[in-house]
Design a binder for this molecule. Structure first.
Ligand code: BG6
Length: 541
């Protein structure tokens, strides 16, 4: 039962405090490194509050934020509450509940780059654990600057806060993305982390995997017998994945982003994960290993690999000034903490394939960008036209219409045209799944028109969707790594992405900016598809 379901059921008096199979039954301490950062405020603490409110924590627990800034417990709690309210994750009536929840939240000031901090922190942690009757189960969440990850893991081990050899009480470490910045650094980070922790203690997070709609990809494909038989090169013309954002570099986001770019920030992880889920073979079970194994097979078979021709199948872009929602916005190079001559890409489009029996020859086209016309994430599976084009319209002369006919006012061309059927997974916003297909228009003429069958979460289910971080934190606390990335998933994705990044670096500096904020990206991205006779899907503004 999802947090929100339990909350609703409790509100309706249907659920008391009876144990549920998805509750965390054991006591725990959750320690967040990077406690004063945006992620902790906007996502992690609101998610933990909702889980607590939904009765998912069945035993005592504490949450300790570790940060470098000087503040006391109450300041920290108040800041967290304000942020939860500002992000709409807490409502007016939740104040009293928040105060009770906040009694479990602590702040510890420490410079986590300094070895001596860990001894003092260990003392504080043990004192709090004793006071609250906890048994030493610990989940460390690394939400700091990624450069700090190796040091923190090492120091946790040195201070005996994280132990590789002991199963009980358990120690787990959640590592935020980006996990490395190329193949070499990801492998080095992995080797380093796995010197101090076992693989089953490491939770590499990709929050897209916690999104309800992303999880539904597997339920939809493998929980119904009707759709998956169509997912192959016989029926599918191409698969299109769009992750468009209208946001840019809010706050000081540019400080991180300018060293990363769209490829590292979202393609290597979110987009390739979506691709893997839509293209993978059915796993033999829903166990973590079986799912990870199948995803890795997809990532390993991504093509093309010949980066000498990278510009034929990969496009990068960077936004210039423009208008979003009627408001003028800066060019990327004018954003705070971004270099004035930055060559960082804020847009990527790729025309890929998956070289397997099922998918050989089917284009997988991906695009993502900041400051695009609107925020939308979608996976669209576009089907082929039927083998015999019965509904292809004829011109008046009986010739096949090529859509450039010149038949004059009596033109009947286009009347019977069948559009390709499309199955679209809308990940956000308007979460749902739709199937567009051609239907005969009522009337005496044989005219076809695209129509849509729609599944909308909002209509079929009464509760709000849980946030990705709610699900992922709960899973980490329960020891379920299915929705996290296994080591080889991360490195296999880097194996594909790194040569592209290197090829781009070898090229002369790109002529940026090459798309206006508020547009749908650079023209080169359209050209990328014209080579394969496909077009980007259009979304209403
Ligand atoms: C993060 C990226 O992982 O995902 C951000 O670092 C991006 O740059 C964000 O904006 C998008 O997440 P969501 O859930 O809002 O689609």
């Amino acid at each position: 039962m999802a947090a929100s379901e339990i909350i609703q059921a409790q509100a309706a008096g249907q659920v008391g405090t009876a144990p549920s199979p998805v509750q965390v039954m054991e006591p725990f301490a959750l320690i967040i490194f990077g406690a004063t950062g945006a992620l902790t405020h906007s996502k992690l603490l609101p998610a933990l509050f909702r889980l607590w409110q939904g009765n998912f924590f069945a035993a005592p627990f504490i949450i300790i934020g570790v940060g470098r800034r000087d503040k006391n417990e109450n300041q920290f709690r108040d800041e967290l509450r304000d942020a939860a309210e500002a992000h709409g994750r807490m409502h007016a009536g939740d104040r009293e509940a928040w105060d009770r929840f906040a009694g479990n939240v602590f702040y510890h000031r420490a410079d986590f780059t300094a070895a001596e901090s860990y001894g003092k922190f260990s003392e504080r942690l043990q004192a709090l654990e004793k006071e609250r009757g906890l048994n030493g189960n610990r989940l460390f969440y690394l939400a700091t600057d990624p450069d700090r990850f190796p040091l923190i893991v090492e120091q946790l081990a040195a201070a005996k806060l994280a132990r590789r050899e002991a199963d009980r009480p358990w120690t787990r470490v959640v590592i935020e993305k980006p996990f490395g910045k190329d193949l070499t650094s990801a492998r080095a980070l992995d080797e380093h982390v796995l010197r101090f922790l076992r693989e089953d203690q490491v939770y590499r997070i990709d929050h897209y995997l916690g999104k309800e709609t992303v999880q539904n990809l597997l339920s939809f494909r493998f929980g119904n017998a009707v759709f998956d038989p169509l997912f192959n090169s016989r029926y599918v013309d191409h698969v299109q994945i769009t992750m468009a954002e209208d946001g840019g570099m809010e706050g000081r986001r540019g400080a991180y982003y300018d060293g990363a770019g769209a490829m590292r920030d979202v393609v290597q992880n979110h987009l390739l994960q979506l691709l893997a889920l839509v293209a993978m073979e059915p796993p033999t079970s829903l166990g973590a290993k079986d799912i990870h194994d199948e995803k890795v097979k997809v990532l390993r078979n991504l093509v093309p690999r010949d980066v000498r021709e990278v510009n034929r199948w990969a496009v990068r872009g960077q936004y210039g000034a423009g208008t979003i929602d009627g408001k003028p916005v800066h060019a990327y190079r004018q954003e705070e903490a971004v270099a004035a001559n930055s060559a960082t890409e804020t847009y990527v489009a790729l025309r890929l394939g998956v070289d397997t029996w099922r998918w050989a020859g089917v284009p997988f086209i991906l695009r993502t960008g900041k400051r695009l016309a609107r925020r939308v994430t979608e996976i669209a599976v576009e089907f082929k036209q039927p083998p015999l084009r019965l509904f292809t319209p004829l011109t008046q002369n009986g010739n096949l219409c090529d859509r450039t006919c010149n038949c004059g006012p009596d033109c009947r061309c286009g009347i019977a045209q069948a559009e390709p059927s499309v199955l679209a997974f809308r990940i956000q916003p308007d979460e749902g799944i739709s199937l567009s297909f051609s239907a005969k228009q009522p009337g005496m003429q044989l005219a076809l028109q695209p129509v849509r069958m729609d599944f909308l979460y909002g209509q079929s289910f009464k509760q709000a969707l849980p946030e990705a971080y709610e699900r992922l934190l709960l899973d980490a606390l329960r020891g379920d790594a299915t929705l996290f990335m296994r080591s080889d998933e991360v490195t296999t994705a880097w194996e594909f992405v790194t040569p592209i990044l290197e090829a781009w670096e070898r090229q002369p500096a790109p002529r940026f900016p090459n798309y206006a904020a508020g547009s749908w990206g650079p023209v080169e991205a359209d050209q990328l598809l014209s080579g394969c006779q496909r077009a980007w899907r259009q979304f209403q503004q």
